[in-house]
Design a protein around this ligand. Structure first.
Ligand code: NAI
Length: 418
């Protein structure tokens, strides 16, 4: 059996069922897997992937393997691993190093374990492998052809490396593909974050005040879902354009200090640090629910909250109750980590179909073109993005019009006014 560190190999049959369930909703990735299996374009690729170890990710790993790549997988978050899926992947020949609930030390040990295979391509969700390679494991840099990055926060970290002239290999920003962030960040995060809140608390959303910090791609999707369930949505922003958009989309917009005493549920999705701080916790209502769906667990100042508390206890799975010295309770979900993965199952497979089709084709692109690419952050090539949207539309049974020659001419000319 391949090398691994997973919770329990006996969970493998259950994991296989989960993977098969997701596969049903991933027609675009299925097609890519079929093409990969026939042509083996990834032969010679040694891939270290650091992604949420979910049933959808398993389908991506199997597609890459079908293409001839040797793949190894570790988790991109200590709480997001589906242990049964991890075990099933090991049975299917993918070395996996991930255990749900692993501590920080184990988390980084697992990244090191995935690097033992001396990869030549990396695949990140949050840039932890790339930052390890640019820090402690610079010895492996020479062997790396390139990498891909899944999420907004990871792309921000990579652009910062690039701007400082320190990026050591080309990376494709999968997040920036239209067929990724328009859908995954918006509809995927929107639905699955509400799912996480509901599974953890089973609170009635109708009539409650849901405060959403960040009105980017994820925040917009979340606001639509919360409003659709009958919440009074309050948006917190720092970007005037996004704030104006939220205002005209019909939501209340205000600073977090003003929203703190009003909210029943608070959700951060900014990719920023210390968004909800001690002065805000101090003003919250008794029973306020607080969680995060941004990539890192830095959006809520939970250490400060702990210091403000008389007691802390586990109220129920995924819910910690902090009783403040003022007697009020604040309930924090999923330890402040991505609530949609900690308390629910992450994004639905149908949306990950597009994100992971981008990942698979971006990995192929990097592998094929590494020599002519510079040490930069690249967008997913437009033809890949367009192809994925066409395939997904077809899979969804939606057909659209095409431009007539007359329309093409009109749209390409400046001479024809009327
Ligand atoms: P985005 O860049 O589109 O939106 C972030 C928004 O937060 C921006 O409008 C920004 O102005 C705002 N913001 C920044 N600091 C703020 C503050 N202190 N208070 C209020 N607003 C603030 O980014 P996107 O794509 O929406 O991603 C947000 C985060 O969610 C990132 O960390 C990303 O990696 C993560 N993410 C999580 C997913 C999940 O499964 N939970 C899926 C996709 C992305």
């Amino acid at each position: 059996m391949v090398k691994h560190d997973v919770k329990d190999m006996k969970l493998a049959p259950a994991g296989k069922k989960e993977i098969d369930w997701a596969e049903r909703d991933m027609p675009v990735l299925r097609l890519i897997r079929k093409e990969f299996a026939a042509k083996k374009p990834l032969k010679g690729m040694k891939l270290a992937a650091c992604l949420h170890v979910t049933k959808e990710t398993a389908n991506l790993m199997l597609a890459l393997k079908a293409g001839g790549a040797e793949v190894g997988l570790c988790a991109s978050n200590p709480l997001s691993t589906q242990d049964s899926v991890a075990a099933s992947l090991v049975v299917q020949g993918v070395p996996v190093f991930a255990i749900n609930g692993e501590n920080n030390k184990q988390y980084y040990q697992h990244i090191e374990a995935a690097l033992l295979a001396k990869p030549n391509v990396t695949m990140d969700d949050g840039a932890d492998v790339i930052s390890t390679l640019h820090g402690k494991r610079r010895d492996l840099l020479a062997g790396i052809m390139g990498g891909t990055e899944e999420t907004t926060t990871g792309v921000i970290r990579l652009r910062s490396l690039e701007e400082q002239g320190k990026l050591e290999f080309p990376v494709v920003a999968v997040n920036d593909a239209d067929t990724k962030h328009f859908f995954d960040n918006r509809y995927g995060t929107g639905q699955s974050t509400m799912d996480g809140v509901l599974r953890a608390t089973n609170k009635l959303i109708a009539g409650s005040a849901v405060v959403i910090c960040g009105y980017g791609w994820c925040g917009r999707g979340l606001a639509i879902r919360a409003a659709g369930m009958g919440a009074r949505v309050i948006i917190i922003e720092v970007d005037p354009l996004k704030a104006l958009e939220a205002h005209m989309d019909g939501y209340q917009v205000m600073p977090i200090a003003k929203a703190a005493p009003l909210g029943d549920v608070f959700i951060t999705v900014t990719g920023d640090i210390s968004v909800i701080r001690k002065e805000h916790f101090a003003k919250m209502k008794d029973g306020a629910i607080v969680c995060n769906s941004g990539h890192f667990n830095v959006e809520l100042d939970l250490e400060d909250l702990a210091k403000m508390c008389k007691t802390k206890r586990k109220a129920k799975p995924f819910v910690d109750e902090f009783v403040l010295k003022n007697g009020r309770s604040i309930f924090v979900l999923g330890e402040g980590r991505l609530v949609n993965l900690a308390a629910a199952e992450g994004h639905p497979a149908s949306v990950m179909d597009m994100s992971f089709a981008n990942q698979a084709l971006a990995a192929q692109y990097i592998f094929k073109n590494a020599e002519r690419l510079e040490k930069k952050v690249y967008r997913v090539p437009e033809d890949i993005d367009k192809r994925i949207s066409r395939l997904k539309l077809k899979a969804e049974g939606v057909s659209i019009d095409t431009l007539t020659p007359k329309q093409k001419k009109y749209l390409a000319s400046w001479e024809m006014g009327t």
